[in-house]
Design a protein around this ligand. Sequence first.
Ligand code: GRF
Length: 190
Amino acid sequence: MKRIVLFASGSGSNAEKIADYFVGNADVEVSLIVSNNPKAGVIERARRLHIPVLLFDRKTFYDTNRITQLLLNQNVDLIVLAGFMWLMPADLVRAFPNKIVNIHPALLPKFGGKGMYGHFVHEAVVAAGETESGITIHYVNEHYDEGQIIFQAHCLVVPTDTPDDVAKKVQVLEHEHYPRIVAEVLAGLI
Ligand code: GRF
């Protein structure tokens, strides 16, 4: 059995799509959902999906190696960031080489980096007059949004699009592709 752990700080719509994708899969399980936000919407989704939740604070995450140890002890095969806002600690990245993936709601390397998350990304895309946006799925290293790119999908941005319009188009791409790409990474196909 291969184990996936999902990290999320917010609503968790991608986490739910990924968990749904593997429901009934005899070889893969989403064994845990972890969050740094006790108010995250993902917690209620996890409860409905009967997936255990682990909450941690900044001190535990950055001043101890307890999360790294826990994930190693649970023989986790892939760590999937789905709207997780904090930078991954160096010891965790080193302990899981090419076993941590993230999704970013834009076409990296543009519109990435510290402070570029959620609506700020779509506002920047519209403000720059971009004619396309999309998603980027990438391996995670010790820097925000800089790991090797695994997959990108594009959507058109028309002059009348608001940041909300772009956000909606991008979310469609996220939900369509992220679960499948996670499955392919896990299967060693990518
Ligand atoms: C997504 O837009 C993802 O690309 C970004 O954070 C957002 C999470 O959305 N990294 P949700 O919580 O999965 O709905």
